[in-house]
Design a protein. Structure first.
Length: 172
């Protein structure tokens, strides 16, 4: 009899655990979108020669993107993105730290901090970045997750386009 009670308790606990896992998985969301060079502009940038070896550049940038057909995140359309950061490259190979603000149609925002690796690709730079969502406002106040992107850009011409993936959930 005691063994039957233990088996019943284990089955009930397993069922509850699976229900909780399914509920968490249902809360997790994925959004993927492309950014075009036509909707991306550098608001400002400053390149400083580090002076130690040839083509060693320390850079600060402020990038603005609009999303006319932006994805929906927690029921809100993404309309703007601001990416600000620092870059340390030699011959366009190196790293960046990027702080992004994502602005929704109603003014709510969320924020992310990404580490980026840059690789010289025959004059253009190919970059991959990933980092955590660090907070939000309004309906996005309890957003958690990660932002990942792949982008190709040219500092001199201002060309910048890529693909962004956001995995997020709302809640504690």
């Amino acid at each position: 009899m005691k063994q039957a009670a233990r088996i019943s308790a284990c089955l009930i606990a397993t069922g509850l655990a699976l229900t909780a896992i399914q509920a968490y998985a249902q809360q997790a969301q994925h959004v993927s979108y492309k950014t075009s060079a036509d909707n991306t502009k550098y608001a400002q940038q400053l390149n400083v020669d580090a002076g130690d070896v040839t083509n060693h550049i320390v850079r600060v940038f402020d990038l603005h993107r609009t999303h006319p057909n932006g994805p929906t995140i927690n029921g809100l359309k993404l309309v703007e993105e601001f990416a600000r950061g620092t870059t340390d490259v030699i011959d366009n190979n190196g790293t960046s730290t990027v702080y992004s603000t994502y602005v929704m149609e109603n003014g709510d925002k969320f924020f992310a901090r990404m580490a980026q690796v840059n690789k010289n690709n025959e004059g253009r730079i190919s970059a991959t970045g990933i980092g955590p969502i660090t907070g939000g406002t309004g309906k996005l106040a309890n957003i958690h997750g990660f932002v990942q992107f792949v982008v190709n850009f040219d500092v001199k011409s201002g060309f910048n386009e890529g693909q962004t993936d956001i995995d997020y959930r709302i809640g504690n």
